[in-house]
Design a protein around this ligand. Structure first.
Ligand code: MEV
Length: 310
């Protein structure tokens, strides 16, 4: 018998980085999933992309081993399990591939052991692995991968579900540059040390933008939501999260008619999140491909982590 879990990845709609410093941010689950299978084994072993190891200190797999160990210790399980990971989420691209992985690991393992956890408990366990990778993440990524849908998130508070009828369409464009979330969090945090007054003002405005963006999303006012995204990109650029290449990509998407565009996640490369005009998405994806950019559309909301026995 094995347990299977699949977790969506995510996009931050507004407020990334400032959320690490106590601001509200808005995030959506994105329908590209990480799949994890958990089964009983003779020892703890982890297999990812076809590579298997029982060495839990291996850099890539150590965070997964941490999640398994934490859950096994707290819930008094035998940690001798095989965890097999298959992902459709590009790594280091701002789409939360590690968060989706950690959430799916926590969910598959507890399913295997017959324990039902709610999304906040799954997120708490997943954070053990996320912290090992990113240093001091806010927790927004694991929370939205676990709950699915759209959430307004602030550290230390319960996430607010943002609900609306129907769905909204977005475009995710990969810049083609990989980067480290840990380094970007440190870079932006240094701005907080250097200009605390300015940073506090920007963090306040990020909270305000995120709450406004949630209202625009609920009302389906995509044009206004687009303006907020583009504004948020400018702020993120000011604090060092963008790059000239990302700025050019945002400009290109606006020139191609998008209602708004911004970097999503830690920045420094990764992906851009944009709002295409109605009926323009296919042509936009084709045009971006001609210019060397991979992109895909995503409909929000989508379901959070799910697990089952097989
Ligand atoms: C990463 O998806 C979002 C950041 O704000 C980091 C975090 O909140 O953990 C850059």
């Amino acid at each position: 018998m094995k347990a299977v879990a699949e977790a969506p990845c995510k996009a931050i709609i507004t407020g990334e980085h400032f959320v690490v410093h106590g601001a509200w941010a808005l995030a959506a689950a994105v329908e590209r999933r990480v799949r994890v299978e958990a089964s009983e084994a003779d020892e703890m072993a982890i297999e990812s992309d076809g590579h298997r190891t029982n060495d839990s200190s291996k850099k890539r797999l150590a965070p997964v081993a941490r999640v398994v160990t934490k859950i096994s210790d707290e819930l008094r399980f035998n940690p001798r399990v095989l965890i097999r990971i298959t992902s459709r989420v590009p790594e280091s691209s701002g789409l939360g591939s590690s968060a989706a992985t950690m959430v799916a690991v926590a969910s598959a393992l507890t399913k295997l052991k017959g324990v039902e956890l709610d999304a906040s408990e799954i997120s708490r366990y997943a954070m053990t692995g996320e912290t090992a990778i990113h240093g001091r993440p806010s927790g927004i990524d694991v929370n939205v991968c676990a709950t699915g849908g759209v959430i307004l998130y602030k550290m230390g508070e319960e996430a607010k579900r943002v609900k609306f009828a129907g769905s909204r369409r977005f475009l995710i464009v990969q810049s083609g540059t990989k980067r480290s979330t840990r380094i970007l969090i440190d870079r932006v945090s240094r701005m907080n040390v250097k200009y605390p007054g300015l940073f506090a003002g920007l963090a306040n405005s990020a909270s305000f933008i995120s709450e406004l963006a949630a209202t625009r999303l609920v009302n389906g006012d995509m044009q206004e939501l687009g303006r907020l995204l583009t504004y948020n990109h400018a702020v993120l650029s000011t604090v060092g999260a963008s790059t000239p290449k990302l700025d050019r990509l945002v400009d290109l998407l606006l020139a191609l008619g998008c209602y708004g565009a911004k970097l999503t996640g830690a920045g420094g490369g990764g992906s851009v999140f944009a709002i295409p005009r109605e009926g323009s998405t296919d042509a936009l994806i084709a045009e971006l491909k001609l210019r060397g950019y991979e992109s895909f559309q995503t409909n929000v909301p989508c379901e959070g982590v799910k697990s089952w026995l097989q």
